[in-house]
Design a binder for this molecule. Sequence first.
Ligand SMILES: Cc1cc2nc3c(=O)[nH]c(=O)nc-3n(C[C@H](O)[C@H](O)[C@H](O)COP(=O)(O)O)c2cc1C
Length: 216
Amino acid sequence: MQFDFTQLPPADRYRLLTNFIGPRPIALVSTRAQAGHTNAAPMSFFNVFSQDPPIVILGIQSRPDGREKDTMNNIRRSGEFVVNMVDMAMADAMILCGVNFAPDVDEFAFSGLEAAPCRQIDVARALATPCAMECRVERIIDYPNRALVLGEVLEMHVRKDCLDAQGRYVNPEVYQPIARLHADNYIVSDRQFELCKPAGMHVHEAAQLTPPQGSK
Ligand SMILES: Cc1cc2nc3c(=O)[nH]c(=O)nc-3n(C[C@H](O)[C@H](O)[C@H](O)COP(=O)(O)O)c2cc1C
């Protein structure tokens, strides 16, 4: 089947893009509301862009009536947010935070997430998260009814058991984030495997090799 994206209505583009671009990592984004309480919302239009500078990106849509979500309002006002990574233990709390609550609801308290302070920004992070990133807005690129937020990571908090003994690499037995697939379907990264490049093969050598049988 073919789908001409120049002709498709946005809702169909959304369905196809989110059905096939996945699993998408989930950022549970916490922000501070003007009244001081914590707002939290899951975002799967999320990824890391670069390490130098250390930038993460969020795609935040407006509500159907055109009003911006609380997360976006708080990010614009304060210029700060936390990305809390989500594992199975936090899945239920994450989905609760995805409910469209009134702006005066403390979504950490409502979903049962214990808050912990940040070091460089005035936003709460989730104590239970395997990894929290304190972010300062680097820039916001506005589109009609949505915005692309680029955040510079200022500090990362990693739960100790998620790292190896040297504190350098992730412990894949413990750190198993969940990710969003299509619609209400999610996946947990508990079936990891290693895939290594063939040892000693360089680009100029590869060009001279005969491709394996069956490949074009
Ligand atoms: C797993 C998941 C991923 C989501 N990803 C996004 C996203 O990337 N961008 C977005 O605008 N909304 C996303 N949403 C919807 C928001 O979380 C939802 O609109 C939320 O109520 C916004 O809360 P707020 O008004 O407190 O910011 C997602 C929801 C779920 C459950």
